[in-house]
Design a protein around this ligand. Structure first.
Ligand SMILES: Nc1ncnc2c1ncn2[C@@H]1O[C@H](COP(=O)(O)OP(=O)(O)OP(=O)(O)O)[C@@H](O)[C@H]1O
Ligand SMILES: [Mg+2]
Length: 303
């Protein structure tokens, strides 16, 4: 059956002995999406993406990657997907260019790895041994290796862990470009800013299941709600704020006013203030972030 999804996971089960590492995870990744997977340590994210790549045998449920079962068609899939290696995966003495050449030679459809060297800032390290690279440089090499076969789907597990802030931003731009070239990206990450900026949709893992799947904004609205608008004014009569669309409540503390609500609250409050000739210089909005979602869900879990 033709499947519009690039990846479809239904009731995935994976046990390590008695431990249910993945316990019924269900989600679907659309073609050309940047799809995030977030969740606490040990919630089954890495195990899941390993199952998707055919690196682990599934105990139950259904997995289709590009319409194929990775448990059966692993070899066929490997040429079409890109995978970020674990840190112990390369011999210490292998040179950067040798690793790229090796991976390029193994892939039926390869791109010029010299471009990747430049893109990922490794030109100077071309002749360096893998073991002599810094942690961040090793990480960049892993990402470059995951892209050398022009994958249709690339799996990145903690892609930017260990990268300096500048390199992280470069990595985000490059991942956007990978998507623009037509690939689907699955990104496991603990960086909520990264997930929020980069991902079209995100699955939230908790104890081996997906407890929510939505856009970053959708998750924030679902779990944390709207934002807060703050400003100061000497004007005492503010009852015109009542009934502002999206406003849940407002309160004042001396000159400081706090309005809580959702939707286009800032614009609505600002419009009403201006209509009443009030133009606070310190008007600002504080929107919740994906961080707040994560903290809220982590808190619920420990209750
Ligand atoms: N090879 C293994 N053998 C036994 N247990 C394992 C193995 N790999 C993972 N686990 C266990 O399975 C559970 C899920 O691990 P997994 O690595 O998938 O989590 P994760 O969500 O990727 O966590 P993290 O955010 O820390 O990377 C954990 O309890 C972990 O200890
Ligand atoms: Mg992991």
């Amino acid at each position: 059956m033709a499947d519009a999804a690039a990846i479809r996971v239904q009731g995935l089960q994976k046990r390590y002995g008695d431990l249910r590492a993945v316990d019924g995870a269900t989600f679907a990744v659309l073609p050309n999406e940047i799809y995030g997977i977030i969740g606490a340590n040990g919630s089954g994210k890495t195990t899941t993406v390993e199952c998707l790549q055919g690196l682990r045998r599934v105990d139950g449920g259904e997995v289709a990657v590009l319409g194929l079962d990775p448990g059966v068609h692993g070899a066929q899939l490997r040429g079409r997907i890109g995978s970020q290696l674990q840190s112990s995966a390369l011999p210490e003495r292998l040179k950067v260019w040798e690793a790229l050449e090796l991976f390029a030679a193994l892939s039926p459809k390869r791109r010029d790895w010299r471009d990747l060297l430049a893109e990922w800032g490794l030109e100077e390290k071309r002749n360096a041994a893998f073991g002599d690279l810094s942690g961040g440089q090793q990480q960049r090499l892993f990402i470059a290796l995951a892209l050398v076969n022009e994958p249709e789907i690339v799996f990145l597990d903690e892609m930017t862990t260990g990268l300096d802030p500048q390199a992280r931003r470069v990595a985000w731009d490059l991942i956007e470009r990978v998507r623009e070239r037509g690939a689907t990206v699955v990104l496991v990450t603990h960086f909520m800013d990264e997930a929020e900026i980069l991902c079209d949709r995100i699955a939230v893992f908790q104890r081996g299941t997906v407890i929510a799947e939505d856009t970053p904004r959708g998750l924030i609205e679902q779990f944390v709600g709207g934002g807060v608008v703050r400003f100061s004014t000497q004007v005492n009569e503010l009852s015109f704020l009542d009934g502002t669309p999206g406003l849940e409540r407002w309160e004042r503390d001396g000159q400081r006013v706090t309005a809580t609500g959702s939707g286009p609250l800032l614009a609505q409050v600002a419009a009403r203030l201006v209509a009443h000739d009030i133009a606070p210089l310190d008007l600002r909005v504080e929107l919740p972030t994906l961080d707040d979602v994560f903290v809220k869900l982590a808190g619920e879990r420990s209750e």
